[in-house]
Design a protein around this ligand. Structure first.
Ligand SMILES: [Fe+2]
Length: 263
């Protein structure tokens, strides 16, 4: 499996604090059967403005440490880019690291809302030759209230151009009921393409995925669940097109509180 979203690089954002914690997270990831991790330090979120050269250097150093310890894991470069007013400028001036320096950019929305004009923004990104992976839309407060926003967005663009990454702790309920019910809505309607850990540490937000993968499999089936952690992350790493179907709307609204406990 490939983890497409993980704050494993030491000392660059609110992820791993030091090289020892990065190695501990790596060992945990191997235990979970990951063979690769895209390191995605924050860019533009709060005080974090990761520098491309620093990210690339830390990726090389961590891969050297993993090899020296015979830990069978490869780290790839990337960033989790917060959507801000100047993000298109930062993309065009080369300040932002895409996933493994390919066409896909991992982008997160502001927490509270979906900015007006987001659809046009996506169109501009696509016209620049890039594709977008949206990080944990199920944690956005406006999408939690109106999850059909994601369905409507995905029907506008060609399948594979705009992809949704949901996070393991949302699926297991550890990120709260709203994130859980929204993640389930996305899964039930084929609106989620990638399952990732968004791990930040070895203790509080570890790189665990097994329980979440069980839940995802029970909703979308083993075949699609495998695509979400293996095939499609590999395609994204390699810069290939993700061969996914257009969304299907089966459930009109997210489930009620009690509906969360039924499958
Ligand atoms: Fe993240």
């Amino acid at each position: 499996m490939i983890d497409l979203h993980c704050h494993i690089l030491p000392g660059i954002d609110d992820g791993a604090q030091d090289p020892e914690e990065a190695l501990e997270m790596s060992r945990m990831a191997v235990d979970e059967c990951f063979s690769g991790i895209v390191a995605t330090p924050h860019y533009g979120s709060g005080k974090f403005l990761s520098d491309i050269n620093a990210v690339n250097r830390l990726v090389v150093e961590l891969n050297q440490e993993l090899e020296a310890r015979n830990i069978k894991l490869t780290i790839f470069p990337g960033m989790e880019v917060r959507l801000t007013a100047d993000v298109l400028g930062s993309l065009s001036t080369g300040k932002i690291l895409s996933i493994n320096q390919g066409p896909y950019v991992l982008m997160e929305l502001p927490i509270a809302l979906v900015p007006a004009g987001f659809e046009n923004f996506v169109r501009m990104v696509l016209e620049s030759g890039r594709r977008l992976v949206l990080a944990h839309p199920e944690k956005n407060l406006e999408i939690q209230r109106h999850p059909e926003i994601i369905y409507n967005l995905l029907t506008v663009f060609d399948p594979g151009d705009l992809l949704m990454q949901i996070t393991a702790d949302s699926v297991t309920g550890d990120a709260g009921l709203s994130a859980l019910s929204t993640a389930k809505y996305l899964l039930e309607n084929d609106l989620a393409h990638i399952l990732a850990t968004d791990a930040h540490s070895a203790v509080e937000r570890p790189p665990r995925i097994s329980n979440a993968l069980d839940v995802v499999s029970s909703i979308v089936g083993n075949e699609r669940a495998n695509k979400m952690v293996k095939d499609w992350p590999r395609d994204i790493l390699a810069g290939r097109e993700v061969d996914c179907d257009p969304p299907r709307q089966r459930t009109k609204k997210r489930k009620s509180f009690w509906g969360l406990f039924r499958r």
